[in-house]
Ligand binder design. Structure first.
Ligand code: SAH
Length: 223
């Protein structure tokens, strides 16, 4: 859990109220995992965006983080985290798309270890600094192409992808432990759906859930 002084850093009491409103809204929209909501309440999202956008950090909306990328909408972070955890506690979770590190920070407070892969090195460097600042130390980072996952540390009990894949990457299915859960937006442009895939032995059960809108899962890695 993030310490009180760290969660309030650089933000006034007015924003504390805006934060409470956000949690109320997520709850009203049907998110019911109280542990997830509590972690979102305590995680200072304003530290994950540019100072110029900090005043909008507790709106339920995606915001730009540079490099044509966005910090995910709080609703979507909560929804995907709930889906990932719905089968019980997880010890090893891989995240594809570190971005600002916000989803990473939420996960780090709910699972034992997070392995986060990002293709844009400078975004990941900044995310690393933020997590250290918040004293979240159970995360390791890899700069690379998420289409390949992180084979050296396989298998994972949970995998979460925060960019939309045209199709489900085979490597991620291969790296899922028995009983493991993969939460991933699949599709292109405006035709994307959130999917939950659960590994049952050598088979995979697939559930198509909400229509969603994410930036695309691209190939290769860049500075
Ligand atoms: N969870 C992040 C979301 C960032 S947006 C947050 O809340 O801040 C999606 C991220 O996925 C971007 O940072 C983008 O660079 C990254 N991404 C896109 N394709 C990727 C790939 N093939 N491998 C790893 N990361 C990728």
């Amino acid at each position: 859990m993030i310490r009180d002084d760290l969660q309030r850093r650089g933000i006034g009491m007015t924003s504390q109220r805006t934060r409470e409103r956000l949690i109320q809204r997520l709850h009203d929209e049907g998110l019911s995992n109280v542990e997830v909501l509590e972690v979102i309440r305590r995680t200072p999202r304003h530290l994950f965006v540019d100072e110029a956008l900090a005043h909008r950090a507790y709106e339920d909306t995606a915001l730009p983080i540079g490099h044509n990328q966005t910090i995910s909408q709080p609703f979507m972070v909560a929804r995907m985290t709930e889906l990932l955890l719905a089968g019980g506690p997880l010890d090893k979770v891989m995240e594809i798309g570190t971005g600002s590190g916000y989803q990473t920070a939420v996960l780090a407070q709910l699972v034992e270890r997070v392995f986060s892969v990002e293709r844009i090195q400078s975004l990941q460097d900044r995310a690393k600094e933020r997590l250290l600042e918040l004293n979240l130390r159970n995360v390791v980072f890899r700069w690379g192409d998420g289409w390949e996952g992180w084979p050296a540390l396989t298998p994972y009990n949970g995998i979460i992808v925060t960019a939309a894949a045209a199709q489900v990457p085979q490597a991620l299915l291969d790296q899922l432990a028995p009983g493991g859960r993969l939460v991933i937006p699949v599709g292109t442009g405006e035709e994307q759906q959130l999917m939950l895939i659960v590994r049952e032995g050598e088979r995979f059960s697939r559930q198509v859930l909400d229509p969603v809108r994410f930036v695309p899962l691209l190939s290769g890695s860049v500075f």
